[in-house]
Design a protein around this ligand. Structure first.
Ligand SMILES: [Ca+2]
Ligand SMILES: [Ca+2]
Ligand SMILES: [Ca+2]
Length: 763
């Protein structure tokens, strides 16, 4: 007992010690975190939290030849909060080729293609160093092909070749008709293959749980006056083969597969799966029956003499054409191609999803209260008279609901999403526009439609505006609806880093060439780079917004950046910079004089742009003072649009000017200084820059940086607190050369010691 008490007292003392030590100076920081000076950092590490990837995004769409499409790259799903990174044009033989800086931790990008006719495609792709993607026509020119293995033949595996009369197949045997057969066949256990001609009746009646197969193949032709199929029976008609069935009795779990030509001259009441990959004609009513009845159609299914009553599940990737009504009862229906009724369609308790599909009722279509319709990607719902008793949802590229006579929208129901409803005069018999329309849905007259849907095997009608939109007011080749600057031929798209409406941070130590204290807060600059490109994807303007969030320094430091691949004279103008101390010499165009490359100095002293309310350090100490800097918006315009490859990726090559000594610059690791830098300083103090090997701004002993760039607002540490004590994964990230914890700056579980991170004082 005694020893336990002593132990617990010791533990309590230890806990008190650990607890109090958390809030002190770095010297007493937790020992499990390595100090910056103790990190073993690979010599080649560039300290980047972001990476530059190559993009080549193409549009290969015959319908878009001669037009430019707009490609947008997002950092997440644009339908779910993803932000714009970069935008460009792509057209026929004109891919959008660019480079993009993204967070190393980002695993996936979203590419969106929009064309002037309203086509939208979105795809997500795992990040790679080079990312190529080609947007293609999704509208199918024909039905989905179905690859089958070679059709079976009667050349092997046959136990006999009956030629007529009355015959029974049992005991799992296989009999093959290779010439012709007239008569009746009964199968209780086994297989009948018809490769020749059959005329008669077939009764498939399995004994017990035996399997019974009827195969028409290899050019076979079966004329079956009466076909009965009991449970576990399967009929397969292969390509180039024909089955014509007089009366067809299907009992439970009997299945039908057709790759060839199948004609049923009676009602068709299957209880189980029917797959049609060929041409199936039903001269009767098609009643889907029982709980397992399903249809997969990728071919042509004609129901010539009656209705189609649907339950359970239908997937259509081909043409289904019905002379009578279609009744979608309790079912899931997925339509990628064409479904046509020459009379009416009743959407009852159906979940109907159409992806680039076409559905038409020659007379009326009724969307009843239990029906959930989703029309995606230039789908079309067409009829004479439409009654809408429940919401109809649009998704993706705008779909069309076209009524050639009347539309009634009853109750408080909506046409919702990217849908264009068309009536002869753009009016409704019941309901009103825009009250019953939301999220972009519109009502127009048929003549004024704006949606182009080409005629194809899956859409025999198509949808064409009388005057196709060729609106490109400024003539830059980017249609008005895709042009961020529709009246400015010199500009087309807005691009952003780190993303639209998001800020990254640049954080500096300012004692170079001496190592600093690694609180990385001597100047912390939040930045969002907005840059504008033209229809040819060249850069026209660079318009960054900056906030100086922290100045944890005695020195008076300026800030600027260099475009490493741009000549000074390429810049036409720079506005929004703040220079007050007379040590920067500006050229007439606003860039710095005596530079080999274009250099912009944003401020010659951070004091210009911060708003001090007290204290000697700014937003790094718990001294009761807190300031918000000016919003510094710099606008730079290139007289001649510049290749993106020359301009580079934001934040370009940023640096601080140490204590207003123009010849001393502090850059990100492995970034070159400007022409005005005094290169004799390289290798002095703690610096181990070596221009010959492209090594810059890293320390002698362990390759530490003086600056970092983070693709997110940086939560820096208190004055004098090393970054490693606030961001607990920073050290591991550095020692791993950037492979472990590339998202160390995030506020994830176990990533931070919040007590070490600066918080603004409570009022
Ligand atoms: Ca335009
Ligand atoms: Ca334009
Ligand atoms: Ca500091």
């Amino acid at each position: 007992m005694r020893s336990i008490k002593i132990y617990s007292l010791f533990l309590t003392m230890l806990m008190v010690f650990v607890f109090t030590s958390c809030h002190k100076e770095p010297s007493t920081d937790p020992t499990y975190i390595k100090k910056m000076e103790d990190l073993k950092v690979p010599e080649s590490f560039d300290w980047e939290t972001s990476r530059i990837i190559n993009l080549s995004l193409a549009v290969d769409m015959p319908s878009q030849i001669g037009l430019l499409s707009k490609i947008t790259v997002y950092n997440g799903n644009p339908l779910d909060g993803g932000s714009t990174l970069i935008v460009g044009s792509a057209g026929y033989n004109f891919p959008f080729v660019s480079r993009l800086r993204i967070p190393t931790a980002l695993k996936e990008l979203y590419f969106e293609m929009k064309s002037g006719d309203g086509t939208v495609q979105i795809t997500n792709i795992v990040v790679a160093e080079t990312m190529t993607y080609t947007f293609k026509e999704t509208k199918k020119g024909g039905f989905k092909s179905h690859n089958t293995a070679a059709d079976p033949t009667c050349g092997t595996g046959c136990d006999g070749n009956p030629t007529g009369g009355s015959f029974t197949i049992s005991n799992g045997k296989t009999y093959c008709i290779t010439t012709s057969y007239s008569g009746s066949i009964s199968i209780t256990d086994g297989t009948l293959k018809i490769c020749g001609t059959f005329n008669g009746t077939i009764n498939m009646a399995p004994k017990g749980n035996s399997d019974v197969y009827l195969i028409i193949t290899d050019g076979g032709n079966a004329s079956i006056g009466s076909l009965s199929m009991d449970k576990n029976c399967l009929i397969t008609v292969y390509s180039n083969s024909t089955a014509t069935i007089g009366s067809f009795n299907l009992n439970q779990t009997a299945r039908v597969v057709n790759y060839g030509t199948m004609t049923i001259n009676s009602n068709f009441n299957p209880n189980d799966l029917v797959q049609n990959f060929g041409t199936m004609t039903i001269n009767g009513v098609y009643n889907m029956n029982g709980s397992k009845s399903e249809l997969l159609n990728t071919g042509t299914l004609n129901i010539n003499n009656g209705q189609w009553n649907v339950i359970n599940e239908v997937t259509n990737e081909g043409l289904i054409e019905v002379s009578g009504d279609i009744n979608f009862n309790q079912s899931l229906v997925y339509n990628e191609c064409a479904i046509i009724s020459h009379q009416s369609i009743n959407f009852n308790n159906v979940t109907y999803t159409s992806d680039a599909g076409f559905i038409r009722a020659y007379t009326g279509a009724t969307v009843n209260g239990g029906a959930n319709l989703t029309l995606k990607n230039k789908s079309m719902l067409m009829c004479a008279d439409l009654i809408v008793n429940n919401d109809v949802i649009g998704q993706g590229s705008t779909s069309v609901i076209k009524a050639t006579s009347t539309v009634r929208i009853n109750g408080n129901k909506y046409i919702n999403g990217p849908l264009e409803m068309l009536t002869p005069n753009g009016t409704l018999v019941n309901g009103s526009y825009p009250d019953n329309f939301k999220n972009g849905a519109t009502l127009k007259s048929i003549a004024n439609t704006t949606v182009i849907i080409p005629i194809s095997a899956c859409n025999p009608v198509g949808n064409q505006p009388e005057n196709p939109p060729t609106d490109d007011r400024d003539g830059d080749g980017v249609p008005d609806n895709l042009d961020d600057y529709p009246d400015d031929p010199t500009r087309a798209y807005n691009n952003y880093w780190p993303a639209k409406d998001q800020f990254g941070s640049l954080a500096f130590e300012d004692l170079w060439p001496s190592r600093g204290d690694y609180d990385m807060n001597d100047q912390v600059i939040d930045c969002n780079y907005w840059y504008i490109t033209n229809a040819q994807n060249k850069v026209v303007d660079v318009k960054p917004t900056f906030y100086v969030r922290a100045v944890g320094a005695y020195l008076q430091n300026g800030f600027g950046w260099q475009f490493d691949g741009v000549l000074p004279q390429a810049v036409e103008s720079v506005t929004g910079i703040d220079l007050r101390f007379g040590y920067i010499s500006l050229a007439a165009n606003g860039v710095e004089n005596n530079q080999e490359k274009a250099v912009v100095i944003g401020w010659d002293n951070a004091e210009n742009v911060i708003n001090r309310v007290g204290g000697s350090f700014y937003n790094t100490e718990n001294d009761g003072f807190y300031g918000i800097s000016d919003t510094i918006k710099i606008i730079l315009h290139f007289g001649t649009p510049q290749d993106q490859a020359a301009v580079g990726q934001p934040p370009y090559n940023p640096f601080i000017i140490k204590d207003m000594q123009r010849s001393v610059e502090v850059h990100l690791p492995d970034h070159v200084p400007t022409s005005l830098f005094d290169t004799s300083l390289f290798g002095t103090g703690d610096d181990a820059s070596d221009p010959a090997t492209g090594r810059y701004y890293k320390t002698k002993d362990n390759n530490l940086p003086w600056a970092i760039c983070i693709p997110k607002k940086f939560d820096y540490t208190w004055e004098l607190v090393q970054i490693v004590y606030g961001h607990l994964k920073f050290g591991t990230w550095a020692e791993s050369g950037g492979t472990l914890y590339p998202d160390w700056y995030e506020n994830l579980s176990g990533y931070r010691d919040p007590a070490q991170i600066y918080t603004k004082p409570a009022k």
